[in-house]
Design a protein around this ligand. Structure first.
Ligand code: NAD
Length: 226
């Protein structure tokens, strides 16, 4: 089976009702990211940051995977599919994809502020200030904030290097190091970019499918499954 690697971003979940990040003039759900998605913001105003992620978690409970997510899960019948996502939602999981690497953390999980290896799934949507890890530190969202290291890159790079086909869905390719992953693909493999916009990939022969995730994945299936 050929290895199909899919790199996804916020646009993947747009049709599920989760807003993208850059499409709103730098405001994500009415917030300036520097106020809610950085370690400095957490240190300065944990109440605001925690409320922001509680709201995102609550919203996620009301969202369902879209046709793009389910289409990618169906591709497992024909390909060895690996999903590498910048998204923190669990919509790829709920659509039935089996190999998913989250580069930027997972909304439904929380972790210790002092021991990064202590990660637990939250029961429900609400993390409370005062909820502590066994070592006594405040639990924080299991999110890679802007300015923090992305440890999952170590696992993501070899996956992209082994791809026979690379697909990019719904990412502006603006957030590094994730955006650099496409350049680890072996020279000459087919690369498809599904996005209503045309995020720039400086590789010759990239094929753009200028559609939203649902229609775009459907089109991809027509191309790949003869
Ligand atoms: P981004 O907002 O920078 O880019 C979104 C891309 O999606 C754009 O290129 C846009 O043209 C495209 N898009 C818009 N509607 C689409 C649709 N219906 N179908 C397909 N594509 C569509 O997002 P990014 O590149 O993922 O980077 C932003 C960061 O924000 C990431 O780190 C991500 O973790 C975070 N984020 C995550 C979520 C989520 O988990 N669902 C939501 C918002 C932001």
């Amino acid at each position: 089976m050929q290895k199909l690697v899919v790199l996804t971003g916020a646009g993947m979940s747009a049709e599920s009702g989760i807003r993208t990040f850059r499409d709103n003039g730098g405001l994500w759900e009415e917030h300036d990211v520097t106020e809610v998605a950085t370690p400095e913001a957490w240190a300065r105003n944990p109440k605001l940051v925690n409320r922001f992620y509680n709201e995102r978690r609550k919203q996620l409970l009301e969202c369902e995977p879209n046709a793009g997510h389910t289409g990618l899960a169906e591709l497992e019948k024909h390909f060895d599919v690996d999903i590498i996502t910048q998204n923190v939602d669990d919509l790829h999981e709920r659509a039935g994809s089996s190999k998913i690497l989250h580069l930027h953390g997972e909304l439904k999980k929380v972790r210790s502020s002092v021991d990064p290896s202590y990660v637990v799934e939250l029961d429900g949507w609400e993390l409370k200030l005062g909820d502590k890890c066994p070592k006594g530190s405040q639990l924080r969202p299991h999110i890679v904030w802007f300015g923090e290291a992305v440890p999952a890159m170590e696992d993501a790079i070899p996956i992209v290097e082994q791809a026979d086909i690379l697909v990019v869905v719904g990412t502006s390719l603006n957030v590094y190091p994730a955006a650099g992953l496409v350049y680890y693909a072996q020279e000459g493999i087919p690369i498809y970019v599904i996005d209503p916009a045309r995020p720039e990939v400086k590789i010759k022969g990239v094929e753009y499918i200028q559609k939203g995730a649902g229609e775009g994945v459907e089109k991809l299936k027509e191309i790949l499954i003869k």
